[in-house]
Design a protein around this ligand. Structure first.
Ligand code: MN
Length: 313
C-alpha cells in the first residue's frame, strides 16, 4: 500500500535500540481509499524503526461487499523495500518495471525501490469477500539505496509447525529456515498462527531488536497481555519469548539489527537528506525518473506539498 496522508510531515528516524523491555505503542488509525481502516504501527513518535523496518500498516479485516475494495493508484517510492503479506483476500500489483502480479495469502511480494519505482495496488475484479493484511517498508542501507529497482513475487515461503504454532518465515533467517526474499540488512519477519491453547517458547536472535503486532485474538508474552491495535516493542538481548494463549490468535514478529543510519521518511520516500526528498518529489511531479504505471484505471497520486517545517531544515 502507500502512505496516502494528504499532509506529509517529515519523520526523522534516529531512535536507539533498548535493552530487553516491553514498550506498548498504540497504533494510529488512518483511512485508505474510501472505507479501508488502516492501523499504522510504525513509525511512531516513540519508536521510529525496529531494525530496518520503518513502516508497518495493518489493513482490514474488511468485508469488500459491493465496494471496490483496495484502489491505490500509481505512487512512487525511493530508498526502501515494500513487503506485502496478506492474511485474507487478493491484491493486484502493477509497477513501472512492467510487472503485473496477483498476490494471495501465503505469498510474498517484495518491491525494492532503490533509486525509484512507482506502483499501483488494487482489488482484482474476481475477489473474495474479505481483505486483511500487512504492509511493511524496510529501509535500504546507504550502500544499496541507489540501486536499480526490482520486484519479486515469492509464491511459497518456509513454514514451520512447532509446539502448537504454525510459523511462516517472511524474510530473513530463523527457526532453522531461510526465506527466499532478498533483503539488504540483518532482519527477520514471521507470521505466527496459534491454533491450540497453551504456552511455548519462541526462539529469537538476541542480537536483534524485535516487536510483536497482533492481527487476530490475544496472547500473553512473558506475562504481558497483548491485543491488536498496539505494537509491542521488545528491545534487544532476548533469546526466546514465552508465548501463551487461551484462544486462537495470529501475530507478526519483526526484528533486525539496529539500523545504525539516520533516515528520513516523507510521504512514500525514505532518504537521508531533505534535498533528496525534495528532488524525488519534483521528479514525480514532473514525470521524471520513475516511469509510468501502465494499465491502472485511475489517476496517479499527486505528491503532498512540502511543509514549512520541511523547508526550514
Ligand atoms: Mn506503495
Amino acid at each position: 500500500m502507500s502512505n496516502l496522508d494528504r499532509v506529509a510531515e517529515i519523520t526523522l528516524c534516529e531512535d536507539h535500540a533498548e535493552a530487553s523491555c516491553i514498550q506498548a505503542l498504540p497504533t494510529r488509525d488512518s483511512i485508505l481509499g474510501e472505507a479501508m481502516v488502516i492501523r499504522r504501527a510504525l513509525p511512531q513518535r516513540e519508536r521510529r524503526m525496529v531494525g530496518a523496518w520503518c513502516f508497518l500498516d495493518h489493513f482490514g479485516p474488511l468485508t469488500i461487499g459491493s465496494s471496490d475494495g483496495i484502489r491505490v493508484g500509481p505512487h512512487p517510492h525511493i530508498g526502501l523495500q515494500t513487503v506485502t503479506w496478506l492474511i485474507e483476500g487478493e491484491v493486484f500489483h502493477r509497477d513501472t518495471l512492467g510487472y503485473q502480479q496477483l498476490i494471495r495469502p501465503g505469498q510474498l511480494n517484495i518491491m525494492t525501490a532503490g533509486r525509484g519505482i512507482a506502483h499501483s495496488e488494487e482489488t482484482p475484479a474476481e475477489h473474495g469477500d474479505h481483505i486483511h493484511g500487512l504492509q511493511f517498508w524496510v529501509a535500504l542501507p546507504d550502500a544499496d539505496r541507489h540501486a536499480d529497482p526490482t520486484f519479486h513475487h515469492h509464491p511459497a515461503l518456509p513454514r514451520i509447525e512447532r509446539n502448537g504454532m504454525d510459523i511462516t518465515l517472511l524474510v530473513g533467517e530463523g527457526q532453522g529456515e531461510k526465506s527466499p526474499a532478498h533483503m539488504f540488512s540483518p532482519i527477520v519477519g514471521y507470521d505466527v498462527t496459534l491454533t491450540d491453547r497453551g504456552a511455548r517458547a519462541f526462539k529469537l536472535n538476541p542480537e536483534y531488536e524485535h516487536a510483536v503486532l497482533l492481527t487476530d485474538g490475544m496472547i500473553t508474552v512473558d506475562s504481558e497481555a497483548m491485543t491488536p491495535s498496539t505494537l509491542y516493542y521488545l528491545g534487544m538481548g532476548r533469546d526466546a519469548l514465552t508465548i501463551s494463549n487461551e484462544l486462537p490468535a495470529r501475530f507478526a514478529i519483526i526484528g533486525g539489527a539496529p539500523f545504525g543510519e539516520k533516515v528520513i521518511l516523507w510521504w512514500n520516500f525514505v532518504a537521508r537528506t531533505t534535498q533528496e526528498i525534495s528532488q524525488a518529489r519534483d521528479d514525480w511531479e514532473a514525470h521524471r525518473n520513475f516511469g509510468e504505471v501502465k494499465g491502472y484505471d485511475g489517476p496517479r497520486f499527486a505528491a503532498p506539498e512540502l511543509t514549512s517545517r520541511f523547508k526550514a531544515r
